[in-house]
Design a protein around this ligand. Structure first.
Ligand code: KIV
Length: 289
């Protein structure tokens, strides 16, 4: 049976220069696949708003939706480190909200850690959640919940001044007590500098290879999410194509009568068909005038 990793394993992996493998999952079957594929960590991202519910952004996602999806993922991947993603307005208003909602993830969905977006502006939230004894993953660079303020889903830190601000965010997140850091859509040299500077593990989504591990959104990796594909995604299969082709083949079989075949039917038990015919005939003759 797979042995579930804990936070000290991720620190050791950083020291040993072993890369952490990390994907999002939102449901029970995908979590089972992730566990079977020996992923180190799963993020139940608020990207579920776009990938599962078809929202235009992650902003409408609620705590209750996140909890339900975390529960399903935990059932599918009992031996994988699962991180619950704190949705928009579950931590922005106050430290109290942040601690209360982070606690819900642990109490109701049995996750191992929570992730929240932001650098210097969320240090008191991170500190408050860590003080409650909860493992925290920071998230800086492109932070989708504030993509409106950032001018869209755009790469961050591409000028020297902007890169220095991303580094400032990284230092603030570590100083606030976060246990790991995710850096999204910044130049690889900036993420490499952060990974070399921080003692906590630093992971990339669209921030290059020179850090402690990689995250991708599973719906991008398997070719399921079709609205757009960020530059940093590598598609490993075309699930949308496979599923659509299967559905087309089914429609064609039903229309032509090729499905169902005999092998797809439950037949009556031996001798029961004759009895059934006789019974129906008897009932028909009783009802006829
Ligand atoms: O919700 C999510 O999947 C995320 C990733 C974009 C990092 O936060």
């Amino acid at each position: 049976m797979k042995k579930k990793k804990a936070i000290h394993d991720f620190y050791r992996m950083k020291e040993d220069k072993k890369k952490v493998t990390w994907l999002t999952s939102y449901d029970y079957p995908t979590a089972q696949f992730a566990e079977a594929a020996d992923l180190d960590m799963i993020l139940v991202g608020d990207s579920l708003g776009m990938c599962v519910y078809g929202y235009k952004s992650t902003v409408p996602v609620t705590m209750d939706q996140c909890i339900v999806h975390c529960e399903a993922v935990r059932r599918g991947a009992p031996n994988t480190f699962v991180i619950g993603d704190m949705p928009f307005m579950s931590y922005q208003a106050s430290d109290q909200d942040a601690v209360f909602n982070a606690g819900r993830f642990l109490k109701e969905a049995d996750v191992d850690a929570v992730k929240l977006e932001g650098g210097t502006r969320v240090v008191s939230r991170i500190r408050a959640i860590v003080d409650a004894g909860i493992v925290v993953v920071g998230h800086i660079g492109l932070t989708p919940q504030s993509s409106g303020a950032l001018g869209g889903h755009k790469a961050q830190g591409r000028t020297a001044e902007a890169a220095a601000l991303v580094v400032e965010d990284a230092l603030a997140v570590e100083a606030a007590g976060a246990h790991m850091l995710l850096v999204e859509a910044v130049p690889p040299e900036v993420c490499a500098h952060i990974a070399a500077t921080l003692t906590i593990p630093v992971y990339s989504i669209g921030a290059g290879a020179n850090c402690d591990g990689q995250l991708l959104i599973v719906s991008d990796l398997i070719g399921q999410f079709q609205a757009f594909t960020p530059k940093f995604v590598k598609k490993y299969c075309d699930v949308a194509g496979i599923i659509t082709d299967a559905m087309r083949a089914y429609c064609s079989d039903v229309r032509s009568g090729a499905f169902p075949e005999d092998q797809h039917c439950y037949h009556m038990l031996d001798g029961e068909h004759e009895k059934f015919t006789a019974l129906m005939q008897a009932k028909n003759s009783q009802t006829q005038p």
